[in-house]
Ligand binder design. Structure first.
Ligand code: CA
Length: 483
């Protein structure tokens, strides 16, 4: 299906009363009618409490089924409600993608003593202590699950690092020692070696860990019937492990159409290229460079050079691998990767992901419904729904760019046999106009601004239109007869 769009269904402060899955089930048909074809669901696994957003994974096998960490349900509901929601979403024609957190585990059941060294926070290749005996929360026996689905008990040797020694009451990064044990080498080189992110860092080299996670994905996919994975924290996980796991899902398990994409929070082009290659181009990546360009432009007081906004982005360099997005649960105000795109720029940003030829756009629930935590924002529900309609009706054919002015850029999707053209114009500074060619067959046609801001214009006898915009706005235009 052409022009598919996915949505990240949650933000950091999404309501935690346990009704989330029930609400998804109820909303399934409406979401599809609004133009949402795929939904990135929050982590389904049990975390530290019924308020855990899902990234403090405690038990991969508990999807809201067992009484563990003081709760049966997760923040979002019970396993039964989850499966019910997925069933309804799929029946409505929406693909469901699971957020899969494999870098770490937290909220352990018991403490263990073992040998470790303290490393430099900013260079994890550098030890700053000798071998020491530490005590840390690294034991997981999942008593509430009592061995159902898997009887693996996790111990310190299944992990490569922790960040707290109970014995000396010290918070620091400790590398766990053992025969041939070290950080995973094929991870981001930031901070020397960025294997360690948080909690108990899973050692993906350990054969028991590998076996357990491979077994878990088979079970998880069969159990939930999801259509894909959004891998969390990829730059902190062995890329060879992710390669093997993805290869297993697609080739051994035979899920040929399973959609894999991930968070590789990185804007270095070489690192992105290397990652895509290492994982056999099986994994699409969020366009992090484009997100940062949007944020920078939104904070530039109109001084960003818009001609360069797509330079060195994933959608420009690897168009078939790009999941384009504006913001997410980490980039929202106050979160770990806080890099929020300013409000006035949001419609411009959404035009840049929804009205382009390339990229699988991902809408953020925090924009769609508005943020509801400490920082509140207005819902852009009607605005985005209108843009989704424009995408479905007009975003087809060749793409002609008019990137000839630092503050005013435009482009035309030329349409195809079944669809009329779409002209898009952005000005981040003053009121502006730009002549763009929509097609000879459009001569004499009236074009209407679907963003509802400006007066109709007439296409001249050569197929050119002089489109208007601004200040600090986007307009999008189509043939009035085709509405
Ligand atoms: Ca790691």
């Amino acid at each position: 299906m052409a022009n598919e769009v996915m949505m990240q269904s949650f933000e950091w402060d999404t309501d935690g009363s346990g009704d989330f899955y029930k609400k998804l089930k109820k909303d399934a048909k409406t979401l599809k009618e609004n133009g949402i074809d795929g939904l990135w669901l929050p982590p389904m696994t049990k975390g530290g409490s019924d308020m855990d957003v899902g990234y403090g994974v405690y038990d991969l096998w508990d999807l809201g089924e067992f009484d563990q960490k003081g709760t049966i349900r997760t923040k979002y509901g019970t396993k039964e409600e989850l499966l019910d929601a997925i069933d309804s979403l799929k029946k409505a024609g929406i693909k469901c993608y699971a957020d899969v957190v494999l870098n770490h585990k937290g909220n352990a059941d018991f403490k263990e003593e073992f040998k470790a060294v303290m490393v430099d926070q900013n260079n994890r290749e550098q030890d700053v202590s000798g071998e020491m005996d530490i005590e840390a929360w690294t034991g997981f026996d999942f008593k509430g699950r009592a061995g159902k689905y898997s009887d693996m008990v996790w111990h310190y040797y299944h992990f490569s690092g922790v960040d707290y020694d109970v014995k000396s009451d010290t918070s620091a990064i400790f590398r766990i020692l053992g025969d041939g044990k070290y950080w995973d080498e094929d991870v981001s080189g930031e901070k020397g070696n960025f294997d360690y992110l948080m909690n108990c860092d899973i050692d993906h080299d350990h054969p028991e860990v590998r076996e357990e996670i491979f077994k878990w994905v088979d079970w998880f996919i069969d159990e939930t019937k999801v259509d894909g994975f959004r891998y969390d924290a990829l730059k902190h996980i062995s890329s060879n492990f992710i390669h093997d796991l993805s290869d297993h899902i697609i080739n051994e398990k035979g899920e040929e159409n399973f959609y894999l994409f991930g968070e590789f929070w990185q804007h270095n082009k070489e690192e992105i290229a290397k990652y895509l290659e290492t994982t056999d181009y099986n994994i699409d990546l969020f366009d992090v460079p484009l997100h940062f360009h949007m944020q920078e432009a939104s904070k530039s007081m109109g001084n960003y050079d818009m001609r360069k906004i797509f330079d060195n982005t994933i959608v420009a360099d690897f168009p078939a691998q790009a999941v384009t997005f504006v913001d997410n649960h980490d980039s929202q105000p106050g979160q770990s990767l806080d890099s929020w795109v300013e409000d006035w720029f949001k419609e411009i940003a959404y035009a840049m992901i929804l009205f382009r030829k390339d990229g699988y756009p991902c809408i953020f629930a925090g924009d769609y419904y508005g943020l509801i935590g400490e920082v509140k924002t207005e819902a852009k529900y009607d605005l985005i729904n209108n843009m989704l309609k424009v995408r479905k009706n007009y975003n087809y054919g060749e793409e002609d760019n008019y990137f000839d002015d630092p503050s005013v850029i435009g482009w035309v999707r030329r349409g195809d046999e079944d669809h009329k053209p779409l002209a898009v114009l952005i000005s981040i500074k003053d009121m502006a106009e730009k002549q763009m060619f929509v097609g000879e067959s459009e001569a004499g046609a009236t074009y209407v601004d679907l963003s509802g801001k400006n007066e109709d214009i007439t296409i001249d006898e050569n197929g050119n239109g002089v489109f208007t915009v601004g200040p600090g706005a986007v307009t999008y235009w189509a043939n009035k007869e085709s509405l």
